[in-house]
Design a protein around this ligand. Structure first.
Ligand code: C2O
Ligand code: CU
Ligand code: CU
Length: 443
């Protein structure tokens, strides 16, 4: 566990103040929540965001971007041109991948498409952001190790048509996870969440009742965050790709690499609690839930009324019935070999789709482990899970596939190039559970 150096004095000072209050009996005192640092925009002209990120080694041997962990939050608006200069101050190669953001193939940050950025080298990523949502960035080289050591940050793209309310940015991690091997506790339950770099429970103090838009990222390599509210109703307004068909109430599962946005109406003291979810089969009732965030309200009062979120109100698209690609996930902890269609990356056979033609991908899980499926390049709509359509249209880039489940996903591959599809349990991905999609044709 490493505290972001720049924030340490503040965190410690606040933790001491909070420590004067008697903590509830079953929980540690907690630490004051700090928002992740916002990236400095080097070009203040409108319609552009220009940022420098330095990938570097911290004194304790972990990695970080520009002195902080999580890395600086990038905040842009739909239509903005985003320019990011990556300086690699590490002694190993790295890249930046813009998880969930629709970028040209050459900006996707995957080594076999764009190469790596060597030690001491600088590379400039540039693209226009076309969709609002809560995205993130991380390396795509030696990924499990580099992300686990601390290279990740939030990337928020705002839509000016959405109501503006105070935000709560929450980046969850379970640091120092090590390889996914039984001896290292693979499949174990997350027990040591950090929130924006500090150990849970984080404490967020509010003067009175409040309504917050929480943007939540699970940056951990392999742990599932299964959020429940205590004295708080969870209303999920968005998944990975911004506001979609509608909102949903109830617990929210956020697998590795996944995001969610919540509309939280807080009146009095409340909390976010993560209940145990094993990648070996889901809910584990005998394990203690972990309080990850306490919302402490000094003077309870009713929260502001709900804003009217501009959801599309659409129902799920009717399944066209045909299937363009089937990807079957298999493998096991015992062998550490993880496959898609029996193949282990990089010895894989790419799939092909013609540019611009709507397509259906079916993902089947025949392994004894859940897998958060992630596709680069294009958002997809979840048509159905085991034949059941979601209640409203659901657009994602990362979606959990439970054991024996069959997901049908709908997309329009509108960017030419070679795109990755993989499990976002990073040791599984590094163990071979990755494949490629080639999108060909001319616009
Ligand atoms: Cu978040 Cu291919 O990755
Ligand atoms: Cu990605
Ligand atoms: Cu997996």
């Amino acid at each position: 566990m490493s505290l972001p150096t720049a924030l340490t004095p503040v965190v410690v000072a606040t933790a001491l103040l909070v420590g004067c209050r008697a903590p509830p009996p079953t929980e540690s005192a907690g630490h004051a929540l700090e928002p992740p640092v916002e990236a400095v925009d080097l070009d203040p002209s409108p319609g552009r965001l220009e940022v420098e990120l330095v990938a570097e080694r911290a004194p304790d041997g972990t990695y970080r971007y520009s002195g902080v962990r999580p890395g600086p939050t990038l905040r842009a608006r739909v239509g903005d041109r985003v320019i990011v200069h990556l300086d690699n101050a590490l002694d190993v190669p790295t890249t930046i991948h813009w998880h969930g953001v629709g970028v040209p193939n050459a900006m996707d940050g995957v080594p076999w498409v764009t190469g790596t950025v060597g030690p001491g080298e600088r590379f400039t990523y540039a693209f226009v952001v076309e969709r609002a949502g809560t995205f993130w960035y991380h390396p795509h080289f030696d990924t499990a190790r580099q992300v686990d050591l601390g290279l990740y940050g939030l990337f928020v793209v705002e839509d000016p048509a959405e109501p503006v309310i105070p935000e709560l940015l929450l980046v969850f991690d379970e640091p120092d996870e090590g390889p996914a091997h039984p001896a290292h506790g693979h499949g174990r339950l997350a027990r040591r969440w950090t929130v924006n770099g500090i150990p849970a429970p984080a404490i967020h103090r509010l003067a009175g009742g409040a309504r917050l838009r929480a943007r939540i990222l699970n940056a951990s390599n392999s742990a599932y965050l299964w959020l429940h509210g205590r004295d708080l109703e969870l209303v999920r307004i968005a998944g990975d790709q911004g506001l979609d068909g509608g909102s949903r109430r109830g617990p929210v599962l956020i697998g590795p690499g996944d995001r969610a946005e919540l509309d939280l109406a807080i009146e009095a003291n409340a909390a976010l609690v993560s209940r145990a979810w094993s990648l070996n089969g889901g809910p584990v009732d005998w394990a203690e839930p972990e309080t990850v965030l306490r919302l402490e309200v000094d003077r309870p009062s009713p929260p502001p009324p709900p804003p009217s979120w501009p959801h599309t109100g659409r129902s799920p698209t009717a399944d066209p019935g045909r299937t363009n690609i089937v990807w079957t996930f298999a493998g096991s902890d015992r062998t550490g070999r993880w496959t898609i269609d029996g193949e282990t990356f990089p010895a894989i056979t790419p799939e092909h789709l013609p540019l611009g033609a709507p397509a259906v991908i079916e993902v089947r899980n025949m392994s004894p482990t859940e897998h958060p499926f992630h596709l680069h390049g294009f958002p997809f709509e979840v048509l159905s899970i085991d034949g059941r359509a979601p209640a409203t249209q659901q657009i994602e880039d990362t979606v959990n596939v439970r054991i024996r489940e069959r997901l049908r996903l709908f997309l329009t591959p509108d960017r030419p190039g070679t795109w990755m599809a993989h499990c976002h349990i990073l040791p599984h991905a590094d163990g071979g559970m990755m494949t490629l999609l080639e999108v060909e044709g001319s616009d």
